[in-house]
Write a protein that binds this ligand. Structure first.
Ligand code: GDP
Ligand code: GDP
Ligand code: MG
Length: 384
């Protein structure tokens, strides 16, 4: 199985980034988990939900890759196993202040009060938020003083456990890509400009193709001239068709056509790209709701992924709040965790929305996307 390996690799990578963020979200995620008892996570397969009994009627010919004169050959997306080890290295090598600070602190011979003060300060400055950090530190101090722990290995194990609790290993992080009654799963991808929506769709398409799924892409970003081309290029590289409309056309109409095409071809999944929009523009936000409603004349939307650029910190939180008011966001993709992002945002966003981080972007490369797991993320942070 490649997915478990992939997950493990992803987790390791995310860990470094997330260390700071992990601490925050325990309570909220618990609440979430209890809200959705039917969606228990499959621990070893975080990337896409298992879908063994879903029909996959479409043949390779039906997928009819869009003609792409300059890209005639179809790529084989990277396998999960090698992807994981590669991304793990990237996380380990990333310039993440939080992770390296924590690692340095925990490497001290003795863990004393000033070490904990330093850990707390590091966490608070990592986008984890004051509330979650305070909770985490309170729990740690209590446990460690009860046990009289000074041993760094024990302290480290307790910190790991608390961080995992905050990130919440019980959340279902599988992508909802199984449609009902033989219909395709429909994934809508939303977010502000430049967060990585189109890139993420391209990467998800590769993940799904690597798993043998059939799909159609919908270029419902009709706002920017090059947007549909960008998406179609991603699709054609792996032999996936992109449905597009006229520039400046009605995005809801393109989304509808893409889903209709997916239904007609009997593909497993339709991935719908949307134009970036500022969460402050009410009219554009309303359009998002309309796109979803129009799609659902054809088939239910099974997943709404909100893409957030992890480097934007608190602004990402504000975006999350407003987007989730307009469309029911079901999963978060945190991109650009390979850069200077502070991983604490993972915990804050999950708490804010009550929605799990499902995927993380770790670079601009075609296969630089990984499923998110709590343990993997925290272990990555702690260098386990
Ligand atoms: P959109 O406007 O939301 O569709 O954003 P795009 O998909 O066009 O991406 C905007 C920029 O972000 C591009 O240059 C991408 O290569 C880059 N990008 C997307 N995801 C990641 C990531 O995980 N890491 C890094 N470093 N860059 C990313
Ligand atoms: P309105 O703009 O407020 O009237 O919203 P509608 O729900 O009527 O849909 C607006 C746009 O979405 C239409 O102009 C169509 O382009 C598209 N649309 C809505 N329903 C359908 C449909 O059943 N088929 C197709 N192809 N497009 C649709
Ligand atoms: Mg885009």
């Amino acid at each position: 199985m490649e997915l478990p390996l992939l997950i493990a690799a992803i987790v390791a990578v995310a860990l470094v980034i997330v260390v700071a963020g992990v601490i925050v979200s325990t309570n909220r995620t618990r609440r979430l988990a209890s809200r959705r008892p039917s969606e228990l996570p499959s621990a070893s397969v975080p990337s896409v939900e298992p879908d063994a009994d879903a029909p996959a009627p479409s043949s390779a010919e039906e997928r009819a890759p869009e003609p792409a004169p300059d890209a005639p050959s179809i790529e084989a997306p990277e396998r999960a196993s090698t992807r994981m080890s590669r991304l793990r290295r990237r996380l380990a090598g990333s310039n993440n202040a939080l992770a390296s600070a924590l690692l340095g602190l925990l490497a001290r011979d003795r863990i004393d009060e000033s070490t904990w003060d330093d850990v707390e300060e590091t966490l608070i400055t990592s986008d984890l938020g004051v509330g979650p950090t305070t909770e985490l530190m309170g729990n740690l101090r209590r446990e460690l003083s009860i046990d009289g722990v000074q041993d760094p290995a024990v302290a480290r194990a307790k910190l790991r456990a608390e961080l995992i609790r905050l990130v919440d290993p019980t959340l279902d992080r599988g992508l909802r890509i199984t449609g009902a009654d033989g219909q395709p799963g429909v994934v809508m991808v939303v977010g502000v400009n430049g967060t990585g929506k189109t890139t993420t769709i391209g990467k998800i398409a590769r993940l799904l193709v690597a798993e043998g799924r059939t799909l159609v892409l919908g270029a419902a970003d009709t706002f920017r001239a090059a947007a549909a081309d960008q998406l179609a290029t991603w699709g054609s590289r792996v032999g996936v068709q992109t449905v597009r409309g006229p520039e400046g056309g009605d995005p809801a109409s393109v989304a509808f056509d893409a889903v209709a095409q997916g239904v007609a071809q009997g593909v497993d999944v339709v991935l719908v790209d949307t134009a970036g929009r500022l969460h402050t523009k009410t009219g554009l936000m309303d359009e998002l709701g309309k796109i979803k409603r129009v799609i659902e004349k054809k088939a239910p939307v099974t997943e709404v992924l909100l893409v957030i650029d992890a480097t934007t910190g608190q602004n990402g939180l504000i975006q999350a709040r407003i987007f989730s008011d307009v469309v029911a966001v079901t999963g978060i993709v945190l991109t650009k965790l390979d850069g200077s992002a502070k991983g604490g945002i993972v915990v804050q966003v999950q708490r804010e929305l009550g929605v799990p981080v499902k995927l993380i972007g770790l670079g601009e490369g075609a296969d630089d996307l990984a499923p998110f797991t709590a343990e993997g993320f925290v272990d990555g942070l702690l260098g386990a």
